[in-house]
Write a protein that binds this ligand. Sequence first.
Ligand code: ADP
Ligand code: MG
Length: 232
Amino acid sequence: MFLEIRDIKKSFGQGDSFVEVLKGINLEINRGEFCVLLGPSGSGKSTLLNIIGGIDGADSGDICIEGEKMSNMNEKRLTLYRRKHLGYIFQMYNLIPNLTVQENIEVGAYLSDKPLEMEELLRTLGLYDHRKKLPNQLSGGQQQRTAIGRAIIKNPDILLCDEPTGALDYKTSKEILKLIETVNQKYGNTIIMVTHNDAIKDMADRVVRLRDGMIRKNYVNEARVSAQDLEW
Ligand code: ADP
Ligand code: MG
């Protein structure tokens, strides 16, 4: 199994502000799978992504990547995992304002020994003709494409996407989801994505739904998400 999430528990706060966010999450994801994570606001989706991404620690449980436990990784190994094997995109694009599209993507390439070929990637992203522009000369969708490029140029094993279309209109969102699907098919990256956009129903290999700190649904391929599934 490529990625195993084993009995992950996580709480925040103390006393009156104590909240048990993840109450024992178990999930297995195959290499190359496109997995969508659904659930109401506050159900722990971002928390789970951050634990998989090694930027937050679980209280108990473990993440195993190709059989290697994250809890056994020393700091150097964990840094390597985050730098080389993991890409992350967020609702905020977080581009560097004084760098061009191509230069922003190059930032990601510095993290890899074997970055993808720039021109081909720019064309895949639909950014080739915009490569010399600065972020403030781009639409929101083009800025997110640039952020995807920065995450993907190192050809990460895992791409974590936390509501990547949250700031975009429906049509642009659909284009971005399509692009992530193309990336998944072309480069074979394993994708775990939080989204509320119903266009995802044709793309996901696996649909996982969180509620009250537990996985309430986990199903493969038929992946026809009902409108109910996408309610907040
Ligand atoms: P989602 O992404 O599904 O909306 P989150 O994972 O962001 O949910 O948050 C789940 C719960 O955990 C929320 O109640 C949130 O307030 C709480 N939470 C998340 N991160 C922290 C933190 N660093 N400190 C305290 N509470 C947090
Ligand atoms: Mg969130």
